[in-house]
Design a binder for this molecule. Sequence first.
Ligand SMILES: [Zn+2]
Length: 456
Amino acid sequence: MILFENVRLLSFNPPSVSEPTDLAAYGPGEGGASAGTIAAIGKGLRARFPQAEPAGAGGYLSPGLVCSHTHLYSALSRGIEVPIAPSKDFAQILVNLWWRLDRAIDLPILEASALSGCADAIAAGVTSIVDHHAGPEAIDGSLSVIAAAYAEIGARGILCYETTDRNGPEGARAGLAENLRFAREVDAARARGAAPLVDAAIGAHAGFTVGDETLEGLAEAVKTSGRGIHIHLAEDKYDAVDSRYRHGLDPIERLDRVGALTPKGIIGHGVWLSPSEIETMNGRDVFLAHNARSNMNNAVGYNALLPRHKNVVLGTDGMGADMLEEFKFAVFRHRESGGPWWPGDFLACLDRGNRLLERYFAADFAAPSGSQVAFGVLAPGNPADLVLWDYDPPTPMDGANVAGHLAFGMSARSARTVAVAGRLRIKDRAPLFDMEAIQRKARTQAARLWKNMEGR
Ligand SMILES: [Zn+2]
């Protein structure tokens, strides 16, 4: 058991700041069915739980942040020193950089990449990471390699493999099979009574690299596995144009026709979706993962229709996993576009990643009152994914201006102590995993990756 003392609870949904109080949480394997959840909140908990490990005192304690769309395989591309041909558009960026990089990934590179990416996320107060993996030369078993990295770092998340037809029908079959194999692996763990930190989704690269036969296979996998699809759609205008030209259908309509849009589904980007497609998504209760920085970096355009979406969540699309930074980019890019949203609207998007987690993980928990557990809500019985922030606000902070403090003040450097499922992973800024060895291994594998890319 861990115990935070004299902390102000910083909540995001609805935003609020409490008076100083204590919070105790069960670690893994403690408290029976309550393992990994918040045990109690109130003053003087030390007397009630004298054996609890001190986790920190003072500061602001919030739910862990969620990165709802990323690519851990790109963690070793930071500062890449490989000649990349100049790219005039998004399709050329894929061909000249990302598809050369993902073909150069083997399992040791993937392991180093996932460890480094997860470690980065946890250190930034991001306790859950939704990953979208590609590595066509090393598909089989790849999701288990990533899951092992999550386990070593102690992060929560949802994994999938980006099924695609761009490497032929065999590549597509292998991608689909890896998604299903990993989903069954998680099902088997649940059948043994485990509450896994990592679940599976059914991954696909993007509409324009997935043909009809593969799409039907994905829809079937969604049904049989009980998971959601996780796919890029209309990230660039090219994807939307291709869908209408080659298939005579809007990208969302293509997915909906085969029944691939379900409440566990995640659509990445959606910059070029039309209002009618957004209506369909809202009707199916699907998530839209908005990646403001990545959209800016790839010059794919701005998603001005965000406010029409029911379920916007935020992701980094592989550009690290610092969700406070991503939140700021989302806010300021929107302000620049003259849109109607304010920081509070984007805080709601950041918090909504918890609804995604609930749809995958809530059934693993026995909520005390018989109701469903809630992620991102500091209350007894809910999952203890927690971040203690060092922040000394120069102006008053209360529920009405939490989003303003996040947009204009707080940053990842304030993350002092981080716990996932009641298990401390960072304590007083010191990682409880071997960060130095992880980054050393990452640099070695990055050099291999870059070398592998030459000539591809
Ligand atoms: Zn992406």
